[in-house]
Design a binder for this molecule. Structure first.
Ligand code: ZN
Length: 287
């Protein structure tokens, strides 16, 4: 092949690769705008993690501030392969509530991060979708506590509020199911960066698979940290991790978020476990 033809061939190949990667990108919508957490600091950490991976295209839908006109908050969920909630605030309009339910029931992907599971305590279908939640008036009427204790999974119907945590600290995540695409190939235990370890979440916990847990010194049992829920034709990925920007800078959190999002969007995970993934006893942080 002459040099000129060689170059043309290379150019054509590059062009094809560029188009293919643009088409193959998973379209992600992060929802924020109200939260008792610093969403203005945490959303950018998630956006950067998705963009660094190269296989996601991310938009952010920010609601009006608390007390604002929620009828103006009308995210186009159906244009996306996955919706990631970093929202904990005022109830959405009925139209927006219905749009989320229709989207997930129809096969859309939904990702719940940390205080997004505090949201909408009285919205029955939302609670079915997220499996477990905390605060927001949740109690025994919301569903059982679900945890791992003395080698057994427990669905505990006892009375009491939903949601609690002790002081923030680094803690170890223990993978309980390595057969699922999200956790396949993941080290069986890994050290998560400083975070709130949510305990005593409660909810319908229907069609829920718990993939990983962490031991809570406060509740004295292993609490769900990575789990999935089937909702209609849709897939939901839920992690109670992610209290602050530094919690989300954990390489393990980011890999888990990306794998969970790819799974809800496509039903598969092709992302590799990154080389900087935390070990069993050492935290691994990203910028
Ligand atoms: Zn928190």
């Amino acid at each position: 092949m002459s040099n000129c033809r060689h170059l043309l061939f290379l150019f054509a190949a590059l062009l094809c690769a560029t188009f293919a990667s643009a088409n193959d990108k998973i379209k992600v919508l992060i929802v924020d705008g109200q939260n008792n957490h610093n969403w203005k600091a945490t959303t950018p950490v998630m956006v950067a993690a998705f963009e660094r991976a190269g296989s996601f295209q991310v938009d952010v839908a920010t609601s009006p501030p608390s007390g604002g006109d929620m009828s103006k908050f009308d995210p186009q969920f159906s244009k996306y392969d996955a919706v990631v909630s970093n929202y904990n605030g005022q109830m959405w309009s009925e139209k927006t509530q219905q749009a989320l339910l229709d989207y997930v029931k129809g096969g859309g992907g939904f990702v719940v991060v940390h205080a997004a599971n505090n949201s909408f305590g009285n919205w029955e279908e939302y609670n079915r979708m997220i499996g477990l939640g905390g605060w927001g008036g949740r109690n025994e009427k919301s569903g059982p506590y679900v945890y791992f204790k003395d080698g057994e999974w427990v669905r505990d119907e006892s009375k009491g509020g939903g949601g609690s945590h002790g002081p923030q600290h680094e803690f170890q995540i223990v993978v309980r199911n390595s057969d699922h695409p999200v956790t396949q190939g993941m080290p069986l235990s890994w050290m998560h960066a400083k975070d709130e370890l949510y305990d005593s979440l409660r909810g319908p916990a229907a069609e829920m698979k718990i993939l990983a847990t962490a031991f809570s010194a406060k509740s004295q049992r292993h609490e769900p940290m990575i789990f999935t829920i089937d909702y209609g034709k849709g897939r939901v990925f839920h992690t109670p991790m992610g209290h602050a920007d530094y919690s989300m800078q954990c390489a393990g959190f980011q890999a888990t978020l990306l794998r969970g999002t790819q799974w809800v969007a496509t039903g598969k995970v092709t992302l590799e476990i990154p080389e900087d993934f935390p070990s069993s006893d050492t935290v691994s942080m990203r910028e």
